[in-house]
Design a protein around this ligand. Structure first.
Ligand SMILES: [Zn+2]
Length: 288
């Protein structure tokens, strides 16, 4: 940390693990419904990451992980045909010592220390900690929030009753023009503390309102936390797309992130389910 760096610490924790279909990681030419219903393979276990940024003005989370209730409560997911989609798309594990509060405690924080929680998107493995975060400001993009009101949210991975909880303080982010040429080709976003250290950027594709968080500081490698824009930073760097999401928007966003590298040399892409993410973060923090 340099004297003028408002970011004191960046860490990652995983709230349990998940296995998905290889086509989910991609790339694949098959339609999502085809592989979802026919795939017989699972990947090796992958993380369900929460990024923790200690800024001098408060503790910030990027995503909140999965809820242990998702593996202990039989009615957590919908039943019937919609429920079948959840059982076909992923299998999760999360132990009592892997919940968001437990993971924060292992880093030396209490859940009550969290000032802001940014959710990349509203799928269940990113919103699992919300019920613990009634004291915090929860940031979601306006576009993602609007998608909750569309038809059949549960069939689109949005467990509305687990998201729109009573007492949560939502900040629905409408991206505004940012006059920062270092963010090109991104022209809109939200500078979280007004000091350029943490910037939310629209990165639609996996879902209509998915967003990412860029972490910058003097003498440090820039980090881009991307949620589920990719499951593998190397695939993203090669311009390859995951198997879930709107292909055209994914392609545009992946190209934009790769173009951002020209302004942000050494940009490290940190995904929610990339098995290499914690090593990538460690390398970036060491300047490797
Ligand atoms: Zn996810």
């Amino acid at each position: 940390m340099e004297p003028h760096d408002p970011v004191r610490r960046v860490a990652v924790v995983s709230t349990g693990s998940v296995v998905v279909r290889p086509e989910h990681v991609g790339p694949t030419r098959k339609h999502v419904l085809h592989w979802l219903l026919t795939s017989r393979e699972w990947t090796a276990p992958r993380p369900v990451n929460v990024y923790v940024v200690e800024h001098r003005d408060g503790l910030v989370l990027f995503d909140t992980g999965q809820d242990r209730a998702s593996v202990t409560e039989p009615g957590y997911f919908p039943a019937g045909p919609v429920g079948l989609v959840y059982t076909r798309i992923a299998k999760s594990r999360i132990g009592a010592d892997e919940t968001l509060p437990a993971r924060l405690a292992q880093l030396g924080y209490r859940i009550g220390d969290v000032g802001k929680a940014v959710v990349s998107h509203l799928h269940h493995d990113h919103i699992g900690g919300l019920r613990e975060l009634g004291h915090a400001e929860i940031l979601v993009s306006e576009a993602e929030w609007a998608s909750l009101a569309g038809p059949l949210p549960e069939a689109r991975g949005l467990l509305r009753s687990r998201i729109d909880l009573p007492g949560l303080r939502w900040n629905r982010v409408e991206f505004a023009p940012l006059a920062d040429p270092e963010l090109a080709p991104f022209t809109t976003g939200l500078d979280l503390f007004g000091d350029g250290a943490l910037t939310l950027l629209p990165t639609p594709g996996h879902t209509p309102g998915s967003m990412s968080m860029l972490v910058r500081g003097p003498g440090r490698r820039p980090l881009l936390m991307v949620g589920d824009l990719t499951c593998d930073a190397e695939l993203l760097a090669a311009g390859k797309l995951p198997g879930v999401g709107d292909r055209r928007r994914l392609a545009e966003t992946v190209a934009a992130v790769n173009a951002l590298r020209e302004r942000q040399p050494g940009l490290t892409v940190l995904a929610a389910h990339d098995p290499n993410a914690s090593a990538l973060l460690e390398g970036a923090l060491d300047g490797r």
